[in-house]
Ligand binder design. Structure first.
Ligand SMILES: Nc1ncnc2c1ncn2[C@@H]1O[C@H](COP(=O)(O)OP(=O)(O)OP(=O)(O)O)[C@@H](O)[C@H]1O
Ligand SMILES: CC(C)(CO)[C@@H](O)C(=O)NCCC(=O)O
Ligand SMILES: [K+]
Length: 244
């Protein structure tokens, strides 16, 4: 059994795998990290390896208390990945994006792949059919957009996600919901259209905290899987074992 941990900028997600099957999913806050992992390992005593991708402030040290229970793999740029990294600044590429790209490369061989991760930030990652990672885009995620409008103005309230009734928002609240939620959907559809116009033989994978909502709203049809990063962590680890 493998315990995979995704430390995002907002929260931590984890899953226990037996082969390719998820036995259980977990979501928790950073300050609960040690307590929660301890609990997971009490329940799943056959876990042999812990695989972590962290883009948050959690460092490798936070996992070392579990070192005598199982092997710790804190993924970095030094690990082996199944694609050629053509990013101009490969060392600053987020480890979550590298893991997503690895999952896309391994799961969807010999085709162009676009991974859209709608989390704290929206990230777009493109790996071509020859397994070259080319880059993509980073933009503010849904909640970040609501927060930015409030934090950087005097008059805009902090609202939480609500599906707008209209695209012509007829009140402050409806205008904000329309701008944030419709803008978010239009952005993603716009990017997908652009990629589709330039590449054929093409798969789009959608994941992240807002994937479920998006899957219903996008005009483009896509492969949506909220667990794609955790599944990709499991696959990246298997790949590392086979190729190290
Ligand atoms: N309970 C929740 N807490 C925070 N965000 C949530 C929650 N449920 C859904 N979301 C949505 O998920 C988005 C954050 O996504 P996610 O949890 O994947 O971010 P994250 O933990 O920072 O991960 P990553 O850094 O990998 O994007 C927010 O925009 C928000 O709309
Ligand atoms: C963009 C985020 C915050 C998304 O989680 C993460 O991948 C990150 O911190 N990336 C570093 C910058 C880059 O990927 O080029
Ligand atoms: K993200």
């Amino acid at each position: 059994m493998i315990l995979t941990v995704d430390v995002g900028n907002t929260r931590i997600k984890a899953a226990v795998f037996e082969g390719n099957i998820i036995l259980e999913n977990f979501v928790f806050e950073k300050n609960e990290l040690e307590k929660k992992i301890k609990k997971i390992l009490e329940k799943f005593q056959n876990c042999s390896d812990l695989v972590v991708a962290s883009v948050g402030s959690v460092e490798k040290q936070s996992f070392l208390t579990f070192e005598n229970q199982l092997n710790i793999h804190f993924l970095t740029h030094e690990d082996v990945f199944p694609f050629a990294n053509k990013y101009a600044t490969p060392k600053t590429l987020g480890i979550d994006r590298m893991v997503l790209a690895a999952g896309a490369t391994l799961q969807f061989p010999k085709q162009n792949r676009l991974v859209v991760d709608a989390g704290t930030c929206i990230t777009y990652d493109f790996i071509d059919e020859n397994d070259n990672y080319l880059g993509g885009a980073i933009s503010p995620g849904l909640r970040l957009r609501y927060e930015a409008l409030h934090n950087y103005t005097a008059k805009l309230p902090l609202l939480t996600f609500e599906v707008p009734e209209l695209y012509i928002g007829n009140s402050t609240a409806q205008a904000i919901h329309s701008g944030v939620v419709n803008g978010f959907v239009y952005e993603i559809d716009g990017f997908i259209d652009e990629y589709r116009a330039n590449f054929s033989n093409f798969i789009i994978i959608l994941t992240g905290g807002d994937a479920e909502f998006l899957a219903k709203r996008l005009k483009n049809t896509i492969f949506a899987n909220s667990n794609f990063l955790l599944e990709s962590l499991n696959q990246t680890f298997q790949y590392k074992i086979d190729n190290d």
